[in-house]
Design a protein around this ligand. Sequence first.
Ligand code: SF4
Length: 331
Amino acid sequence: MTNQQFASQRRGHIGASDAGSLFSVGYGCQRALWYDKTGTDPDAGWTEPITFALGHALEPVFLRAGLLDIGVSRDEADEVVEVGANHGFEIRDQSGLLLCHPDAILRDGRIVEVKSMGAAAWWKARRDGLPPDYIMQLQLELHLASAPAGVFIIGNRDSGSIAIFVVERDAALGEKIQAQANWFWDAYIAGPPYSKTEPDRLDTGDSRCSGCRFRRQCWGGVDFETTAAPDSIEYDNSESLRFLIESHDDAQAQVRDAEAELQQIKDAIKGEMGERTAVDCGGRKVYFREQKVERIDAKALGAYYIAHRQPSDPPLEEFKTITVQRPLRIY
Ligand code: SF4
C-alpha cells in the first residue's frame, strides 16, 4: 500500500496512532483528529515538518536494530521491516471502525511499534518512560489482537541510539480506548444529529497548537498568539523563523535534559563511591570527602559593628556557622 493509499484509508477509520488524540493527551488533540477524519485540508501554506520525513526514513532502520537487539533473527527482522514499511500489518475490530497498522507483528505474536525522536524527547522518554500517547497506541493494538505483550522501540535521530520498552497488555486501558473511539465517532463524525458538533479547542497558548496543521482554521483564521498579545504590538505574520525557533526550543530542552541527566549520573557516582573518599579511575581522580564549610553572617556582624562602634576585636565566633558537606569532584 502506498503512503497516499494509506492516508486515504485512515480517514474512514480510527487507527492506533489516533488513540492519544481521542483523549487529547500527549501530542494528540481531539479537534485535530476531527479535522483529519472529516477530510479537512491543512491550512494554506502549511508544510510538513522535516522531522516527519526523517521519521519515515529512520524508523525502518531503528526497527531493524531494535528487533536484532531483542533477539529476532536477521531473516525475520528483514521480512517484518519490509512488510511494515509498506503498511502490510493490519489489525481490525469487528465493527470495522478500528483499523491499526503496527510497524511489525512478530512470528510469536508480539506487536512492535517504533518512533524516531529528537534527542531531548528521547532522553526524557528514557528517563521518565514512554509518552502516554505512545503507550495508548500500542495498548490499543494489543487489545484488538489479544496479544499479551508488545515492544516499543524509540530511536534518537541525533545520536542513532535506541531504547526498548516491553509493554504488557492492560485490558482495562484497551477497552477504554476502544469505547472512546466509538463515542468519538458517534459524537463527531457519524451522521446527524451529531455531525455538526465540533470538539473543543485546547486552551489558548497550548504548545500543541503552535505546529498544528489546522491552526488558522481552528482559531478562526487568526493566529491565537496575536489575539492574546497586547493591542499595541503589531506582529509580522511569518513562518520564516519557524525552523530556527523549533531548533532553539529543541536545544533549550536538550540543555535542561542534559542537566537532569548529569545530576542523575553524579548521584550514581556518589552511590558507587560509597564510603570511599578518593578513587583513581583510568587517570581521572574522583574525590568525595567531607569538608567543613565556615560562613560568617555578614549582616549580623555589620549590625554588631554599628552597635558597638567598631570594636578592635569583635567576637567573630558568634557570627560563624560551620556545616559539613561532601562535594563530588572529578579532575
Ligand atoms: S490548533 Fe490546537 S486546538 Fe486547534 S486543532 Fe490544532 S492542536 Fe487542536
